[in-house]
Write a protein that binds this ligand. Structure first.
Ligand SMILES: [Zn+2]
Ligand SMILES: [Zn+2]
Length: 424
């Protein structure tokens, strides 16, 4: 019976297979090691959160809240759950709920997680994507703003990537921003009919976003718009200038970009994004979000963080032909000839694996020639052959697939000999 139809994976989502999957796995391992080197603790939050975690903190006018969240059909006790569209709000929810304020502050956390957004599928944007995030919670010291950037910067350099830039800006505190927005709206008021439709909408909902409009006809108005940096209070000014000073000390390249605004309401003061010349979208970004805990029902807890999209990072690593340390693949294949030798081979197979020697097999085949053919195809260096005679003699035949030679090895020296040959 044949089917006309097989189920398809969800739109805008990926299957990671073989080489792609191995690359992703190795990248995750590198990220884990690296985050731990900087003493960040791993945190894993549920894939679902209450809708309110995001609706109360990201901003009602953002695309994520307006149209991009995946809702669960089922409601529990009147609560609506959504698939996590981003990581930070979820981490702060966990910080509050688990009383992490009683730990020595700041608390440094990292996550490696999948996020979900119902975006229009297009290049570089997926509905399910991986993020590596860092959060430093419980301090307003600008040295931590710089430290977040430092981890990402050093990570890129470790892989010999140098051609990127951190765009950085300050959004000031709420007070600064309110003053600024008044002037910004005043400025745009007389030109409102000349800017794009999106900007006209943003004018009422989120005028700050008018600054990062990419439309040609809006550029001219952006250029002469008042600059937020001129509206910063003394504290906010110190925050950004100290951050930049620390970046200078660390010799990290950055551009102070006054049009950089970041999408979410919870950001204030420092914001940053990371750009590589190969992609026209940011591969990551972050900033300070001192009010986020308050939006989620807690008190004000100063915090700063950032995240990188792994799909975009992988694209960059591939372009630069970066090789990651992959798991060692098997260089030896174990072959047998009959049911009796299969049982014996199974025990040897078990023994080799116990000794950390990766081994390939196809015990479902009984013809030796077809097993050798397969071993050849798989490109292994050695084939270990178990026959009746070998069982009797407590030996095995080790065939060198490259030199086409073979030798007999005593079973009790087997792992030792193989390790020597494979330089394990
Ligand atoms: Zn301020
Ligand atoms: Zn526009």
């Amino acid at each position: 019976m044949s089917f006309k139809f097989v189920f398809q994976r969800p739109r805008g989502m990926n299957d990671f297979l073989f080489d792609e999957a191995n690359f992703l796995l190795s990248l995750k391992e590198e990220i884990i090691k690296y985050s731990q080197l900087y003493s960040y603790h791993y945190i894993q939050t549920p894939v679902l959160e209450e809708e309110g975690v995001f609706t109360s903190s990201l901003g009602q006018s953002t695309d994520v809240i307006q149209k991009e969240m995946f809702y669960l059909k089922e409601r529990e006790g009147g609560i609506k759950y959504v698939l996590k569209p981003e990581g930070t709000a979820s981490v702060i929810r966990a910080y509050l709920q688990n009383g992490m304020h009683s730990l020595p502050q700041p608390v440094k956390l990292f996550y490696l997680d999948r996020m979900y957004r119902r975006e229009k599928p297009q290049a570089g944007r997926f509905r399910e994507h991986h993020q590596w995030g860092l959060e430093i919670i419980g301090s307003s010291d600008p040295i931590y703003d710089a430290q977040i950037i430092q981890v990402f910067d050093r990570f890129f350099k470790k892989f010999k990537l140098f051609d990127y830039i951190f765009k950085i800006n300050s959004l000031g505190c709420k007070k600064d921003r309110n003053k600024y927005l008044k002037d910004l709206k005043n400025y745009y008021k007389k030109n409102l009919k000349n800017v794009c439709k999106d900007c006209q909408r943003r004018y009422n909902l989120n005028p700050l976003r008018m600054l990062d409009c990419k439309e040609e006809k809006c550029k001219e108005y952006k250029k002469n718009a008042p600059s937020l940096i001129n509206y910063l209070c003394k504290d906010c000014e110190i925050q950004i200038s100290k951050t930049l000073e620390y970046l200078d000390i660390l010799e990290i390249k950055y551009d102070l970009d006054q049009t950089l605004v970041r999408g979410f309401d919870y950001y204030q003061r420092t914001v940053f994004e990371i750009f590589f010349p190969e992609t026209n979208i940011a591969i990551g970004g972050g900033g300070r979000y001192d009010n986020l805990a308050q939006y989620l029902g807690g008190k004000v807890i100063p915090a700063v963080g950032g995240a990188i999209g792994l799909e975009r990072l992988i694209e960059i690593l591939k372009i630069h032909n970066v090789k990651l340390k992959m798991a060692k693949s098997a260089e030896i294949f174990i072959a047998q000839t009959t049911e009796k030798t299969k049982e014996y081979a199974l025990k040897i197979y078990d023994e080799l694996i116990k000794n950390n020697i990766p081994v390939l097999e196809n015990f479902s085949k009984s013809s030796l020639s077809s097993q050798l053919e397969l071993a050849n195809k798989l490109g292994v260096k050695y084939c270990l052959i178990i026959g009746h005679q070998e069982i009797g003699n407590k030996t095995a035949i080790l065939k060198d697939m490259v030199k086409r030679s073979q030798e007999i090895i005593a079973i009790n020296h087997l792992t030792q000999e193989i390790k020597k040959k494979l330089k394990l």
